[in-house]
Design a binder for this molecule. Structure first.
Ligand SMILES: [Zn+2]
Length: 643
């Protein structure tokens, strides 16, 4: 009897022991796999200068560790069956299971994927072997590895957040001037990646933008607005400085708006007594890249924003199961804005608020279901697979077949536009509720458009085609803009900078390169309408289509004059397009109409010289020339961006 009980106790201990070994091995595996992946991912982000959404990364690590634990426990019979060889067999089977799940989730990169299963295998192996040896010599230290992993996890959580917290929020400097009498509040909203011809007010047959369309009837609508660049960083830098990329210097060849560059709208307004606030989940608004310069306060929605993070293993699995993020951070951005509007006292300093919603940006499937359902009834798993393939094509992956992808991609994109528009509605409602809408200068626009299969291409930033450069733009301020006015002459969104200062009544010593758009509503010409794309470094931007305007190794500048568009490149080639014809940008007229090319070129040179815009083919901009002030250098160092 007593012998039998002794056997049972041994068996019980063996059972528990193998469970513990299997569980720990699995948890270590998941932890090692995800931290390796997160490290590789973060290095890539930092190289590109993007903000790191730490909350989501930590979520990925926690989820991977839990998944590893579960898989490890599920494989515990192996440990019991082959106790002597369990330290090899168990992690090996974990790797196989991990890899299989990755295939199911549709992992993007095979080489990365091999690293992500092989490295954790070795780590788990080393840990299990090491732990066994430790336990034999010092039985009391068996919990040490668990404590170590917990400490590393907590440390990785606290240390970077503390560094960011110290630098993320600036304090208000002393304004040098009082705000002009009756200075209005300013709300500047960018609906990132929304192309004009997918907006109702611009004739799109689908009901994508009811809020924008209603606002347009209450303000001035610019029917032919051109963005100065086709991706977030240069376009926002232009919007904020009133200058084109060649002047402010933030573009594909130099991915940062330098402190030594032109002053930003937020800086100018803060200097004139404005309270300046920035709300966005767009990762280009990280401190080191310069776009938040001048904002006394910026939210940190990008920290929890999930745009593009379905590239991470555990988050991608969650997405595959249908529980992934359905939002790129927009709901959090809108909530922050609403809370602030509701709590801010009346009669304080005038405010300049900038809001960016990146809900129309890829990955396209990351849109709340109620918006997606309005535009497509296709199977969500198929939409998701296509959306991820299109996103991977932006990072060098093989693009899906255009004919097959175009319809569903457009449906998902339209749902994203509809969602961004709904979020815009929340901002407008918040202002209306406080009775502040009519006293606020409201500007709604986009920073660039999106190719949806035209020229066999998807995405943005690769060319200066109209699908990428033509953006919506409306200005609503009953005191300065007649409700329902429309402007059909071509204008540049770079003019927003001068418009804001013009309406407020502020003059600055350095003239912006495009004047106030208020004059164009009254019938004046639209000013300089230029867009620029600098040479694309390897590994950035998607596949170009079949048009010469996609060449990666040259700089492009387009110039609009009426219906004509002149395209100049830094290697001396010239293209001419007539946008009023059906062929538009697919038929180059430069060879047959040399006189018009020469006339447009002369006009561009004249206007550019007047505005202070240098030639496109100037010397390459050397990043090492940049001089940073001590405070900025210290901040960059704290974030790991500078030596
Ligand atoms: Zn953008």
């Amino acid at each position: 009897m007593s012998e039998e009980r002794g056997d049972q106790t041994d068996a019980g201990r063996g059972w528990r022991g193998s469970l513990r070994r299997a569980g720990l091995s699995g948890a270590f595996f998941g932890f090692a796999a995800s931290t390796t992946e997160v490290m590789l991912w973060t290095v890539g982000r930092v190289q590109r200068g993007l903000a790191t959404p730490r909350d989501s990364l930590l979520f990925d690590v926690a989820l991977s560790t839990a998944l590893g634990l579960a898989l490890g426990l599920a494989l515990s019979p192996l440990v019991r069956r082959f106790p002597a060889r369990a330290f090899v067999i168990h992690p090996l089977m974990l790797s196989v299971l991990w890899a299989t799940l990755g295939v199911v989730a549709g992992m993007p990169s095979l080489p990365l994927y091999v690293v992500l299963t092989v490295v954790p295998w070795f780590v788990a192996l080393a840990l299990v072997v090491g732990m066994g040896a430790l336990e034999r010599r010092r039985p009391r230290l068996r919990r040490l590895p668990v404590i170590a992993v917990a400490l590393i996890f907590v440390g990785s959580l606290v240390a970077p957040s503390a560094a960011e917290m110290a630098s993320g929020i600036e304090t208000a400097g002393d304004a040098r001037y009082a705000p002009p009498e009756g200075a209005p509040d300013v709300l500047l909203v960018v609906l990132d990646t929304v192309r004009a011809d997918h907006v109702g007010a611009y004739g799109y047959p689908r009901d994508t933008t009811p809020v924008f369309d209603a606002l347009a009837t209450e303000g001035a609508l610019f029917l032919d607005a051109t963005a100065p660049a086709t991706w977030s960083l240069p376009s926002h830098a232009s919007l904020f400085t009133g200058t084109f990329p060649t002047t402010h210097g933030a573009h594909a060849e130099h991915r940062r708006l330098d402190v030594s560059g032109p002053r930003t709208l937020a800086e100018v307004l803060a200097d004139h007594g404005y309270e300046t606030r920035c709300f966005t989940a767009n990762a280009w608004f990280s401190e080191p890249l310069g776009l938040v310069r001048g904002f006394q306060w910026s939210d940190e929605s990008w920290r929890s924003g999930r745009a593009g993070q379905t590239r991470l293993y555990a988050l991608r699995l969650v997405d595959r199961l249908g529980f992934g993020a359905r939002d790129n951070g927009g709901a959090e951005v809108a909530r922050g804005f609403e809370e602030w509007v509701r709590s801010s006292p009346d009669g304080g300093a005038p405010t300049f608020t900038f809001v960016n919603f990146i809900e129309a940006h890829f990955p396209y499937h990351q849109v709340p279901t109620e918006h997606l359902e309005l535009f497509t009834d296709e199977d969500e798993a198929e939409l998701r697979a296509l959306s991820l393939a299109l996103m991977e094509a932006q990072f060098g992956g093989e693009p899906p077949d255009t004919a097959r992808a175009r319809g569903p991609a457009t449906d998902m994109y339209d749902a994203g536009v509809h969602y961004a528009d709904a979020l815009l509605g929340r901002l407008v409602d918040a202002l209306r509720e406080r009775g502040r809408l009519d006293d606020t200068l409201v500007i709604v626009m986009s920073d660039h458009g999106e190719l949806l299969g035209e020229y066999d291409a998807f995405g943005h930033g690769t060319s200066l085609h109209r699908e990428e450069t033509r953006v919506p733009l409306l200005i609503r301020h009953p005191a300065a803009f007649e409700p329902g006015a429309t402007v059909s002459v071509p204008v540049s969104t770079v003019g927003v900078f001068a418009t804001v200062l013009d309406v407020i009544g502020i003059t600055t010593p350095d003239a912006p390169e495009v004047g106030s758009l208020r004059q164009t509503v009254a019938g004046a010409p639209g000013g300089l309408v230029v867009a620029e794309r600098y040479a694309l470094p390897e590994g950035t931007g998607g596949h170009g289509g079949d048009s010469p305007l996609f060449r990666r190794d040259t700089r492009f500048r387009t110039y609009r004059d009426g219906d004509l568009e002149l395209v100049l490149t830094s290697d001396g080639s010239t293209h001419l397009f007539d946008l009023s014809t059906e062929d538009g940008e697919s038929r180059d007229l430069a060879e047959g109409r040399p006189d018009e090319v020469a006339a447009l070129d002369a006009r561009l040179r004249h206007l550019a010289a007047g505005a202070g815009l240098a030639d496109l083919d100037g010397a390459p901009i050397d990043a090492s020339d940049v001089t940073l002030d001590d405070e900025t250098r210290e901040r960059l160092r704290a974030l790991g961006y500078a030596e």
